[in-house]
Design a protein around this ligand. Structure first.
Ligand SMILES: C[S@@+](CC[C@H](N)C(=O)[O-])C[C@H]1O[C@@H](n2cnc3c(N)ncnc32)[C@H](O)[C@@H]1O
Length: 276
């Protein structure tokens, strides 16, 4: 989210899919330059990082053996500047990025030109994927669209539609336990401030009540149910530990709290069937 101006206040209240999308598109368009300036080096132009803890796909292998990615068709949701997909392309996969923010995708094209590794991308929302059924072997997201979407059931069903039988859906999100704690990497962030089971969205709204930024909270059990209802089997739920010696602070993520409670949850799910 952009730095919150004084005229914008954080509240918890219901908000529709359309209002979430409108707010988040404008927010990410406005924030994209600062996001890439602040985090670009950490992410790496051709680098697959799963979250602020800095765990890389080469280490976690949530998408399977990196040696077997060549030839796989991949879709990234909330792809931003496409760093993760670019790494997959470097492993021989064919990747497409999808993001709500045109400005984020402009950064993706800038890095494509600089690295010579291109990630084709489309400006769209994760709830309405503009692809034919059975188009991909893997759909993934690294802190991309999932927690910005109100209609998560539509999104997960859309992913199931575009995946081939046996395909993999993997995504990282803020660990749901963090929702009950203040968004603060310091001592203030070490307390329980709200109810874990309160799904009321987090909204930054301006003086006339217009949402400017929205996040949707779901519990771990909610995500398992969403995946199961769309026909997925949960293969793994990764809760990567804060790495020894990692001191980088990113928003509410930092070493103090990171050493005590997980900050990132990575779900790895699969459709029945066999990838050919
Ligand atoms: C935290 S950034 C992560 C970007 C990238 N995965 C990375 O690791 O840098 C979240 C991204 O999700 C995108 N996003 C938010 N809501 C979305 C939606 N409904 N559909 C697609 N992308 C969305 C934002 O525009 C933003 O680029």
């Amino acid at each position: 989210m952009t730095t919150t101006p004084d005229s914008v206040r954080p509240v918890r209240r219901p908000v529709s899919e359309e209002a979430s999308r409108r707010a988040n598109r404008a927010d990410w368009d406005a924030y994209a330059d600062e996001y890439q300036r602040t985090h670009g080096d950490f992410l790496g132009d051709v680098g697959f990082v799963w979250g602020p803890e800095g765990h890389r796909e080469a280490e976690l292998q949530a998408l399977g053996d990196p040696g077997r990615l060549a030839g796989r068709g991949v879709l990234e949701l909330g792809s931003g500047a496409g760093q993760c997909s670019r790494w997959l392309v470097a492993q021989g996969a064919t990747a497409v990025g999808l993001d709500l923010s045109e400005r984020q995708l402009q950064h993706s094209r800038r890095i494509d030109e600089g690295t010579g590794i291109a990630v084709p991308s489309v400006c769209a929302t994760a709830t309405d994927l503009p692809f034919a059924p059975d188009s991909f072997d893997i759909v993934f997201s690294s802190f991309g669209a999932l927690q910005f979407v109100a209609d998560a059931d539509l999104m997960v069903a859309a992913v199931a539609r575009v995946l081939r039988p046996g395909g993999t859906f993997a995504f990282s999100i803020t660990h749901p336990i963090r929702w009950s704690m203040p968004d603060d990497p310091g001592p203030e962030g070490l307390k329980i401030a709200s109810c874990y089971w309160d799904r009321t969205p987090y909204v930054e709204e301006d003086e006339d009540g217009t949402p400017r930024y929205v996040e949707h909270h779901r519990t771990l059990g909610d995500w398992v149910a969403l995946l199961s209802d769309a026909g997925f089997c949960l293969r793994a739920l990764l809760e990567p530990q804060w790495p020894e010696g990692h001191e980088r602070v990113w928003g509410g993520w930092g070493p103090l709290r990171g050493r005590l409670v997980p900050g990132t949850a990575i779900f790895v799910a699969g459709l029945p069937g066999t990838v050919t």
